[in-house]
Design a protein around this ligand. Structure first.
Ligand code: NAG
Ligand code: NAG
Ligand code: NAG
Ligand code: NAG
Length: 381
């Protein structure tokens, strides 16, 4: 029989789900992420939102979050919105580069790269949230737009990075730098849940801002870029607890939010195709956060998660999430063992989850093309 050379998106999704399930009994987490990719890159530049920020929002005083609720298993207390390490931290461990200093932090040493990710940054402008009276959550009222990170990066390159004074040196430096763009837009979706913001409009707006940043990086000579799609935001406790509609998807998650995020990821991937044509000499990877997350959610026990839908830190209810009493507020408490939870505070993920995710991105084929392909092209194989 003649095989078809294209698949409908839905078919492809179920097929990939089926393949990952079929393979799942063989799955072993590589016991050590540490140093497995040592020597390929000497620098990492990271961008993103609260899923990737390692201290910028804290330095700028942008968090209402209390340090003690975001403990210091790793880094400064309150610098990360998790109980420990983020995907970007595990990535640097695997590459054997130093933990990334936040651009707005006290560090003056950027020899291993810098982190421009900012918790609370959004595609929508601060005014929009003020006028709409949308959730402040754990951030101050006015979020900063993604554009700021592109500006920070430009300034950084002029002052401390490669400023094209010495073209040879500059090109060599770009050749040994990995650009990692973490999830961008989680905040836009979580802040608008239950509001009348049209979700398709939001997805278009949100991806446009990511596009702007991507363009700045490629124009500045970036050769190796990985960008994360968005996770199924509709499966986060914040969405499940606030979902007004009874419209749940097959995962039991908020179908409207997840539909918008799917749309967001589709537009993003279409744009990446265009960028690959425009910059054939750059490796551009899409980290499939959506499918990595869903794979874990469909089989939580395999990853030792006992509470896939319940926040570790919160104030009770079916999802241990209450928007009026978020993690750190009076009345909230912290679970005994965060390794049993996917979600730390209802919005952000636990260290245990982040560890699985980075393993899936680097080793289990959840990047397209795979991270191994990127390493191969880096080493000229
Ligand atoms: C550029 O930098 C490299 C390495 O630091 C050095 O060997 C070279 O002489 C420099 N070239 C110019 C034109 O300054
Ligand atoms: C890509 O690299 C090749 C070989 O180094 C070079 O000839 C070509 O001009 C580059 N293409 C672009 C678009 O930079
Ligand atoms: C945590 O452990 C203590 C002691 O084992 C137990 O009393 C308490 O109920 C546990 N708390 C939660 C939230 O499971
Ligand atoms: C927490 O849960 C993980 C996974 O189930 C387990 O390996 C670990 O021993 C637990 N830690 C404590 C302190 O009970």
């Amino acid at each position: 029989m003649k095989s078809h050379c294209f698949l409908l998106p839905q078919t492809a999704f179920f097929l990939s789900l089926f393949v990952s399930l079929a393979l799942s009994h063989k799955y072993h987490e590589s016991s050590a992420l540490h140093s497995q990719l040592k020597g390929y890159f000497s620098k990492v530049y990271a961008f993103g939102d609260s899923y990737t920020d390692t201290g910028n929002a804290r330095s700028l005083g942008g968090l209402i979050a209390k340090s003690k609720n975001y403990p210091s298993k790793f880094g400064e207390p309150g610098s990360r919105l998790s109980d420990g390490r983020l995907v970007i931290d595990y990535l640097c461990e695997a590459l054997s580069t130093p933990p990334l200093p936040p651009y707005k932090g006290a560090s003056l040493k950027y020899s291993g790269g810098a982190n421009f990710a900012l918790a609370g940054s959004t595609a929508l402008s601060g005014d929009y949230f003020l006028k709409g009276k949308l959730h402040p959550l754990i951030w101050r009222r006015t979020p900063i737009s993604f554009q700021t990170q592109a500006d920070w990066f430009r300034n950084f390159q002029q002052l401390k990075g490669c400023n094209r004074k010495n073209e040879t040196k500059c090109i060599a430096e770009m050749e040994s730098t990995l650009f990692w763009i973490g999830a961008m837009g989680v905040n836009d979706y979580t802040r608008t849940i239950g509001s009348s913001v049209p979700l398709h409009w939001l997805a278009e707006r949100s991806v446009t801002h990511v596009y702007g940043l991507f363009k700045v990086l490629l124009e500045s000579g970036a050769k190796y870029i990985t960008i994360e799609g968005l996770p199924p935001v509709g499966c986060l406790p914040i969405a499940m607890a606030q979902s007004r509609n009874q419209n749940l998807d097959k995962m039991g998650c908020d179908a409207n939010v997840n539909k918008a995020v799917t749309f967001h990821n589709q537009i993003l991937q279409r744009w990446l195709e265009k960028f690959r044509e425009m910059y054939p000499n750059s490796s551009i990877l899409y980290a499939d956060y959506w499918n990595a997350y869903l794979t874990i959610l469909m089989n939580p026990k395999k990853y030792w998660f006992k509470e896939p839908f319940k926040a570790c830190c919160g104030a009770g209810g079916k999802f241990n999430f209450n928007v009026r009493s978020i993690c750190g507020s009076p009345g909230s408490s912290t679970c005994n063992n965060s390794s049993n939870h996917i979600s730390w505070d209802g919005i952000h993920l636990t260290e245990a989850m982040n560890r699985h995710l980075v393993d899936m991105f680097l080793n289990q084929g959840f990047c397209q093309p795979s991270f191994q392909e990127l390493i191969k092209s880096k080493s000229g194989i």
